[in-house]
Write a protein of this length. Structure first.
Length: 243
C-alpha cells in the first residue's frame, strides 16, 4: 500500500516537473526568437508574438513530445476537448464567476490582513502597457481574453489535470494543478528585478480550483475557458478601458 502510494506520488511530482519545464522552455524559446525582431515591432505586437508562440511551444513540448516518443495519438477526452462548446458550458462559466470571486477574496483577505504575507501594492505584471492604437487594444484583448484562457486551460485543466487524475484521483488533481498554476504567476519581472506576486498567485490558485472543479463536473475544459476569459476580460477592462 505504502509502496503504491509512493509510486503515485513520484509520478505526480514527475508530471509537475515536466509541465514546469515545458512551459518555461516554451516561453524562453519564444523570447529568444523575438530577439532578432526586437525593435522592428511595437511592444504590443512583441508581447502578442511571445505569448502566442510561447503557448504553442509549451503545448507542443509538454503534450506533443511524449505522444511522439510513445507513438500515441492525442486523447481528446484526456485533453477535455472531446466535444464542442455547449450552452451549458457558457452558463456554468458565467455562474462560476461568483464562487471564484468569493474564494479569491477570502484568500486575499487571509494573506493581506491576517497572515500579512501579501503586499496589496504589488499587482500582477503583464506584458502590455501604454496601448495607443485600436490595433494594440485588439491585440492585447485577443492575447489576454482569447489566446491565454484557451491555451492555459488546454494545458493545465486538459492535459495536466487529466494526467494527474489518472495517478492521484480527481480531487487531488484539482489541488495539485491549481497550486502549480498559481506558482507560475508568483514571480514577476520588473525594471528593478524579480518581485513575488503573492496576490496574483492566490488569485490564480482560486481560479485554478474553480475551473478544475468545472473540468470534473463537465468532463471538458470549455466551462473553465469561459470563466477564465471572463476573469481576464474584467481585468482587461479595469487595466485599459477604465483604469
Amino acid at each position: 500500500m505504502l509502496a503504491s502510494y509512493s509510486a503515485r506520488t513520484i509520478k505526480v511530482l514527475g508530471l509537475c516537473v515536466w509541465v514546469i519545464i515545458g512551459v518555461t522552455l516554451g516561453q524562453t524559446v519564444a523570447e529568444l526568437l523575438l530577439v532578432s525582431l526586437r525593435g522592428a515591432l511595437s511592444s504590443t505586437v512583441e508581447a502578442t508574438f511571445v505569448a502566442a508562440l510561447g503557448y504553442v511551444l509549451a503545448i507542443a513540448l509538454t503534450v506533443g513530445l511524449p505522444l511522439i516518443i510513445n507513438k500515441k495519438r492525442p486523447d481528446p477526452k484526456l485533453l477535455g476537448i472531446n466535444r464542442l462548446l455547449s450552452w451549458s458550458d457558457i452558463g456554468l462559466g458565467i455562474l462560476s464567476v461568483l464562487p471564484y470571486f468569493l474564494l479569491a477574496s477570502a484568500l486575499l483577505w487571509l494573506g493581506t490582513d491576517v497572515l500579512r504575507f501579501i503586499d496589496s501594492d504589488v499587482g500582477q505584471q503583464i506584458s502590455f502597457n501604454n496601448l495607443f492604437s485600436r490595433t494594440e487594444y485588439i491585440l492585447a484583448f485577443l492575447t489576454l481574453v482569447v489566446i491565454a484562457p484557451f491555451a492555459e486551460e488546454l494545458l493545465f485543466r486538459g492535459y495536466f489535470q487529466g494526467a494527474v487524475a489518472k495517478k492521484a484521483g480527481k480531487i487531488a488533481s484539482v489541488i495539485v494543478v491549481a497550486t502549480i498554476f498559481g506558482l507560475f504567476h508568483l514571480p514577476g519581472i520588473t525594471a528593478e528585478g524579480v518581485v513575488w506576486q503573492w496576490g496574483a498567485a492566490a488569485d490564480t490558485f482560486s481560479l485554478g480550483v474553480v475551473v478544475g472543479v468545472l473540468r470534473l463536473l463537465t468532463g471538458s475544459i470549455w466551462a473553465g475557458v469561459i470563466l477564465h476569459s471572463l476573469k481576464n476580460a474584467i481585468a482587461y477592462y479595469f487595466l485599459f478601458i477604465a483604469p
